[in-house]
Design a protein around this ligand. Structure first.
Ligand code: 13P
Length: 252
């Protein structure tokens, strides 16, 4: 049985006061950590104040890191620094970073190595564009992304990685994938992990769905056998909705 993981991706939203209001309201209400891993991924300057107030059941994550641990890379944030602030998770390869900041699978792979080297728990995002789905290329895209992102990553490390299947056409559009569509892609991703690392690893690795997840649809998505959690954008900004979704993820 894989423990569910519910992660909020705040993207470039919330000021310090808004983040504090959220965390103080939410941390006493999220499920126990032995039932669900509940994570908030915020903009870098918010991380310190969130970590200080996260409570026992809520974990904090970054939305990005750089592939090197230090150096002359103005404006970047290292995994080494994130780890020193006790940030636990980091999102890597979100489609917004792939689109607006030209991150390739090779860059995602280098960032994944940096995260693992610095004992961060990576959430690696994959997913296809609408045109790719319409052309029947979804599996091809997922296969290319998984192969590129996980190049030279050992099986023991893969166990600690969460994969987020985020079809780009479902992000911020209100157009959620049906539970069958999401399940099919997550099952395919698990089969790719099985081919590369064997059944034991593939049965343990957690795969989230992301794309217009909200309190109204999380339960049915989570009811699917290969969906172990959600990566939530817009709906994670609201404290009540986030608490509702984290609690909805508890295995019945
Ligand atoms: P929405 O939940 O707003 O569609 O965003 C999904 C997402 O990109 C999470 O990383």
């Amino acid at each position: 049985m894989r423990k569910p993981i519910i992660a909020g991706n705040w993207k470039m939203f919330k000021t310090r006061d808004e983040a504090l209001f959220f965390i103080l309201k939410v941390f006493p209400l999220v499920p126990e950590i032995d039932k669900v891993d509940t994570v908030i991924c915020a903009q870098a300057p918010l991380l310190h104040c969130l970590v200080k107030r996260q409570g026992d059941n809520l974990r904090i994550g970054a939305q990005n890191l750089y592939s090197e641990d230090e150096g002359a890379f103005t404006g970047e944030v290292s995994g080494k620094l994130l780890n020193s602030y006790k940030v636990e998770y980091v999102i890597i390869g979100h489609s917004e970073r792939r689109t607006y900041f030209h991150e390739t699978d090779a860059i995602v792979n280098a960032k994944l190595k940096a995260a693992l080297r610095n004992n961060l728990k990576p959430i690696v995002c994959v997913g296809e564009h609408l045109e790719e789905r319409e052309q029947g290329l979804t599996n091809q895209v997922l296969s290319r992304q998984i192969e590129g992102c996980f190049k030279d990553i050992e099986a023991s490390s893969v166990l600690g990685v969460t994969i987020a299947y985020e079809p780009i056409w479902a992000i911020g559009t209100g157009k959620t994938a049906t539970k069958e569509t999401a399940e099919e892609a997550c099952a395919y991703i698990r089969s790719l992990i099985k081919d590369a690392y064997g059944e034991r690893v593939s049965e343990k690795v957690r795969i989230q769905y992301g794309g217009s997840v909200k309190p109204q649809n999380i339960k049915e998505l989570m009811s699917m056998p290969n969906i172990d959690g959600a990566l939530i954008g817009g709906a994670s900004l609201d404290a009540d909705a986030f608490v509702m979704m984290a609690n909805a993820a508890i295995n019945d």
